[in-house]
Design a protein around this ligand. Structure first.
Ligand SMILES: Cc1ncc(C[n+]2csc(CCOP(=O)(O)OP(=O)(O)O)c2C)c(N)n1
Ligand SMILES: [Mg+2]
Length: 349
């Protein structure tokens, strides 16, 4: 293992490659935080306080939390719309996220963007663009930089089944495969791309694509946070050993509509009921209870933290209009960096 600190160090250092009890508790806590933050955000959205649209990752928490927890702090991660847990694992606070949803000055985007468009360069988290598969291209580019510099780092991109139908995905994966880049590709097989079922997305098993491009492919139960951690940890070891990318196919389910505007009436109720019984939080809670952990106390602390964060976020002011060109790519006034600040310039440094 590399000597770089683990991302999970936010909650106490992961001592070795495998999960110890504090890690298993952290994994649960991050999933519970994601759910609580997103539930609170949804309720604020329904109250009309969140500008724009609203998306969440309900039911998919184990995939983004487990995979991100397996990274080191120097690795980079590209989350998408279902992956708020990735931001939380990397240390972005519930307060910063809720203030971001609300468009407040103290939010991650400082009121310049909303909903899931957030990322903190200082934490190695790249804010997503909406164009499907583009973040896979970005992650491959970062992995190329790490390889060329001989740095023991990797990059990880999350994406949905729908994103794999876009040409950019194939170009990025093919390039990463040829160059044996230290890249981890996490496919969130969540049943749907908007209203299109996964079965109508590709005619082969998703891992056939890993075989086709000559990279490692690993199936995993995307609702088992510890299993996702383990396949990602192994993918990272391969990446750093020069063995190239791994495609992880995480089977999960999108438990809400595409966004809050979508009632998902096209999803059969029986399917949702089946997946409700496989809830990722319930599964990890069951493990911890068996180990004697006071999970109710964790839930209470998470609820309290998120309630306090929501209150503090609502009390924050909107950004000052005079600061509108700070931190955007094209500023009216040149800065020492050229065309506006480039807050993302630290990613590969
Ligand atoms: C190139 C492109 N085409 C269409 C869209 C509109 N769009 C945004 S999300 C989405 C569905 C994505 O489905 P999937 O990749 O399976 O991710 P999920 O929403 O299931 O997490 C679509 C069609 C887009 N953002 N980019
Ligand atoms: Mg999908």
């Amino acid at each position: 293992m590399s000597t770089l600190p683990t991302t999970g160090a936010a909650e106490g250092t992961r001592e070795g490659p495998y999960l110890e009890l504090p890690d298993r508790v952290s994994l649960y806590r991050f999933m519970a935080l994601q759910r609580a933050v997103e539930e609170r955000g949804l309720s604020l959205y329904k109250q009309g306080r969140v500008p724009g649209s609203y998306y969440d990752g309900r039911g998919q928490e184990a995939t983004c939390v487990g995979a991100t927890y397996a990274l080191n702090a120097a690795d980079t991660v590209c989350p998408l719309i279902r992956d708020m847990g990735a931001h939380l694992v990397r240390g972005t606070t519930p307060l910063a996220i809720l203030a971001h949803y609300l468009g407040r000055a103290g939010g991650v985007g400082r009121g310049r963007d909303g909903n899931v468009h957030l990322g903190e360069a200082s934490r190695g988290v790249v804010g997503m663009t909406s164009m499907l598969a583009d973040m896979v291209v970005v992650a491959a580019g970062m992995a190329l930089a790490f390889k060329l510099r001989g740095e023991p780092r990797c990059s990880l991109a999350f994406f949905g089944d729908g994103a794999t139908s876009v040409g950019d995905w194939h170009e990025a994966v093919n390039f990463a495969a040829i160059e044996r880049l230290p890249l981890i590709l996490v496919l969130e097989l969540n049943g749907y791309a908007y209203s299109t079922p996964s079965a109508a997305q590709f005619p082969v098993h998703p891992l056939a694509r890993a075989t086709a491009y000559g990279i490692h492919g690993e199936p995993v139960d995307g609702n088992d946070v510890e299993a996702v951690f383990e396949v990602t940890r192994q993918a990272r070891e391969r990446a750093l050993a020069g063995e190239g990318p791994t495609l992880i196919a995480a089977k999960t389910m999108r438990m809400h509509g595409h966004g809050a505007h979508d009632d998902a009436r096209y999803v059969p109720a029986e399917l949702l009921a089946k997946w409700e019984a496989r809830d990722p939080l319930a599964r990890q809670r069951g493990r911890l209870v068996e180990l004697g952990v006071d999970v109710a106390a964790i839930d209470a602390a998470v609820a309290e933290e998120v309630a306090a964060a929501a209150q503090a976020a609502l009390a924050m002011p909107a950004p000052d209009a005079a600061s509108a060109t700070v931190g955007v790519y094209a500023a009216s006034e040149p800065t020492p960096l050229g065309r506006g600040e480039a807050p993302w310039s630290g990613f590969c440094s």
